[in-house]
Design a protein around this ligand. Structure first.
Ligand SMILES: [Zn+2]
Length: 474
């Protein structure tokens, strides 16, 4: 009798033979394939490719339309008037200028041509006399108070209320004034304040600028109860985006404008930034992921470069439009899921990461747009038409522009910023039993050296803006 162990061993041998045979037949194909030479793997560089430049300068409608300088050339100031032997005047006329168009001294400060008179007919306003043209003008000439019956305090309080973010109708109710009157005062003040900003914001030396744009909800969109992301999608091409450029160090709001979220608008904002900066000043730019900023910055901070020849023969390569070597620009690209921020990456567009980090390291920062986003909150709080979940919505572009002109000056010159406060050398005693004051409040305009004190809104509204920049007399 054969043991069943024998059958097991036999079955195992058969199986092994089968496996060996199968292996031999499969590994021997009809034609032997030549061994494939192992190709060296091309090392894939993770470093971003250097920007090679453009063969044509990007189109900018603003630059092409106005090749002449936007502001008319400044006239030559006349010589100061010789001092007289009359009794020295005590009234300060250094902030006043002659407004008469036929006068050579028109628009010039501090040329000793003004004499302060009394108050004609016992009125509230002092009269000035220009000794050059023998003309007279009141001290509030060219401000919103000129020709108004209303009390100065009332007008200042109404505008301060608007600057703090109360709507036009609410302000009208608080002061028991007609809403149309409030609107009228705002429109007039906005014109004066735009001139004020343009006069003071010039020749700035800034190291960094953060740019951003925020949307303003329109009345019809709000009425339809459209969700946030739907509104953003619709608003993408609508004119109601508020574009801002600010210096994160001094918190100075450099440019504020309203327009679509398009390349044309980016091309309108960036030249405004270049106009405000001192000649040759190229700050570090930080923005969100909108690619149009890159094109606009390249247009206005670029130059032509002739690339070197790579071959001896053939035509020489075309000149390339390249960013200025000093231009540093990085983007913070955020990713959202279900309207929630889920992550963000940094993208260096012009310059090197090291150079950008060196600029930011001086302040202890990394690449960010946090400061301009914080400013957006201020705008939403202080510009009633742009606030979220409010009933005061922008009726039109002009209305938003007027409110933003008020915010622009109020933020830069009036509001002091907690992070900018300066320690007082000698603590100032306060009234009563309160502790002494040890900090001096500082407004953004003070931090960049545009002014030496924080202004009050009344002071701003009383300021007669000269029609052209003044010659610095040291
Ligand atoms: Zn005059």
């Amino acid at each position: 009798m054969v043991s069943y162990l024998f059958y097991y061993q036999l079955a195992l041998c058969v199986l092994m033979w089968l496996f060996i045979m199968l292996h031999v037949t499969w590994s021997k194909p009809g034609l032997p394939t030549p061994p494939v030479p192992a190709q060296p793997k091309r090392p894939r560089s993770k470093a971003p490719k250097a920007f090679e430049g453009l063969t044509t300068k990007p189109h900018c409608a603003l630059c092409e339309r106005g090749t002449a300088p936007l502001t008319p050339p400044c006239p030559v100031p006349p010589d100061p008037m010789p001092p007289t032997h009359r009794r020295p005047r005590t009234v300060d006329t250094s902030r006043h200028f002659c407004p008469h168009t036929a006068c050579d001294y028109r628009g010039w400060l501090g040329l000793n041509n003004l004499r302060a008179n009394g108050h004609p007919s016992g009125g509230p306003w002092r009269q000035f006399h220009c000794t050059a043209c023998d003309g007279y003008f009141p001290e509030h000439h060219g401000t919103i108070f000129h020709g108004k019956e209303a009390a100065v305090e009332l007008m200042v309080r109404v505008l301060a209320c608007l600057a703090e973010g109360l709507g036009i109708r609410a302000t009208a109710r608080v002061f028991e004034v007609d809403p149309n009157t409030v609107l009228h005062w705002l429109v007039e003040a906005a014109e004066q304040l735009r001139a004020f900003s343009a006069y003071f914001l010039c020749n700035l030396h800034l190291e960094q600028l953060q740019l951003d744009e925020l949307y303003a909800v329109l009345r019809d969109l709000k009425a339809g109860e459209i969700k946030n992301d739907e509104a953003i999608r619709r608003l993408e091409r609508s004119p109601y985006w508020v574009w801002t450029a600010m210096d994160p160090k001094s918190k100075l709001l450099v440019v504020v404008d309203v327009g679509c979220r398009t390349l044309a608008m980016a091309q309108r904002v960036v030249p405004q930034v270049t106009q405000v900066l001192a000649p040759g000043c190229v700050p570090l730019f930080l923005t969100d992921g909108l690619k149009d900023y890159g094109t606009a910055l390249l247009t206005h901070f670029g130059h032509w470069m002739q690339p070197k020849r790579r071959q001896d023969k053939g035509p020489s390569p075309k000149p390339r439009w390249l960013p200025l070597p000093a231009l540093l620009y990085a983007q913070v690209v955020k990713s959202y899921r279900r309207r929630r921020l889920v992550g963000g990456t940094h993208r260096v567009v012009f310059g090197t990461q090291l150079a950008i980090e060196q600029v930011l390291a001086a302040c202890g920062w990394t690449i960010n747009t946090a400061f301009v986003e914080r400013l957006n909150l201020d705008i939403r709080q202080r510009v009633a038409a742009i606030g979220r979940r409010v009933n005061t919505l922008c009726q039109g572009e002009a209305g938003v522009r007027d409110q933003l002109a008020l915010f622009h000056v109020y933020h830069n010159f009036v509001l002091s910023h907690a992070s900018l406060r300066q320690p007082l050398l000698v603590p100032e005693a306060t009234n009563g039993r309160g502790s002494a004051k040890v900090w001096r409040p500082c407004a953004p305009a003070m931090a960049v050296g545009l002014t030496d004190h924080a202004w009050t809104l009344k002071e701003v509204l009383f300021y007669r803006v000269p029609p052209w920049p003044q010659v610095q007399t040291v």
